[in-house]
Design a protein around this ligand. Structure first.
Ligand code: COA
Ligand code: AMP
Length: 275
């Protein structure tokens, strides 16, 4: 008899108080050993061996697993950070996020959204109309966890992303994370750019438009990054939303559509036509 139990396998690496990297997978028991090895390799890949590597392996035995199709993927070829932020802002307002909330979200990520001006450890949650922050802890935020590609979708996403020239592991993982986020009730969109100083790309994700990637949402060398989840004001942040994002397992078992790159002008025109 085969063991159908799924496990959540999570790695985080740190040196002193500094978080170095983190990654996670969901798998059956027989793959755990290989996954742990690959996660340790990942932990060591960012400038040598960190002081601490924590691996957490947890049975998901009784939890129902939600299966989702990955978001459609589109790259808008913006020439620089300013154009990227204009395009991201237009996407968010098109989705119904107020201009006030968009401006506030971009300003917060730009300066470091924690009260001390550093990058948060998780996502900020924002009322899409008023721009009010709703996450319970503004230093920590809310961390989306317990998601992965199912086996077949994993090779499919690699093929698709290779064909699109998007081979960075961050893109692959961000699409999975964003797919989980935008399927939460009350979530309108997510805005993200990385805190990795070498990774300037970011995205706006939504159920309506998919995963829209902008190659520049910040300047190279900038260590600030973050995520903002915009929620429907009438659907106030609830414990259920936080529980879903943090704890409820999601497997992506299918790929969405993917498109060739389009220019900023073409993109803005297509948004105007959809309005
Ligand atoms: N930044 C800073 N600190 C972090 C961190 C981050 N991104 N992630 C974890 N930590 C530190 C914090 O001190 C945290 O304590 P806190 O809850 O008070 O913030 C502590 O590690 C424990 O974090 P926790 O999430 O409980 O650990 P975990 O072992 O369950 O999971 C991760 C760790 C990193 C795998 C998980 O949080 C995560 O981010 N998963 C998604 C990874 C991914 O695919 N990201 C894609 C980005 S493109
Ligand atoms: P990254 O894409 O890993 O560079 O992360 C960019 C930013 O997103 C980080 O600086 C955190 O503020 C936030 N973040 C990191 N991991 C998570 C997560 N699992 N869930 C929500 N937000 C996260």
């Amino acid at each position: 008899m085969t063991d159908e139990t799924l496990y959540s396998i999570r790695m985080r690496a740190s040196t002193g108080k500094h978080h170095v990297s983190g990654a996670e997978r969901i798998s059956r028991a027989e793959s755990i050993d290989n996954i742990v090895l690959s996660l340790i390799a990942r932990a060591k890949s960012k400038g040598g061996i960190p002081h601490n590597i924590t691996i957490h392996i947890e049975s998901l035995h009784s939890l129902p697993v939600k299966c989702l199709t990955a978001l459609d993927i589109l790259t808008v070829t913006v020439p620089d950070m300013h154009a990227g932020r204009v395009a991201a802002a237009r996407t968010l307002t098109h989705l119904g996020v107020s201009q006030r909330a968009v401006t506030r979200a971009i300003e917060l990520l730009n300066r470091g959204a924690s009260p001390t001006g550093t990058t948060m450890r998780g996502s900020l949650i924002m009322d899409s109309r008023s721009g009010e922050r709703l996450e319970p802890d503004q230093e920590r935020g809310v961390r989306t966890s317990r998601f992965d590609y199912a086996e077949k979708a994993s090779s499919m996403v690699d093929e698709v992303l290779t064909a699109l020239g998007l081979t960075h592991f961050r893109t692959r993982e961000a699409i999975a994370l964003a797919t989980k986020v935008v399927h939460a009730p009350g979530v309108i969109a997510e805005l993200c750019w990385s805190d990795d100083p070498d990774y300037t790309a970011g995205y706006v994700a939504s159920l309506r438009l998919g995963y829209i990637r902008y190659p520049y949402l910040k300047m190279k060398g900038d260590q600030k990054g973050g995520r903002v989840i915009f929620v429907d004001a009438s659907n106030m942040i609830s414990e259920a939303l936080i529980r879903y994002l943090q704890d409820e397992p999601v497997l992506i078992n299918n790929m969405g559509k993917f498109h060739a790159e389009i220019t900023l002008d073409q993109y803005l025109m297509s948004l105007a036509q959809r309005s």
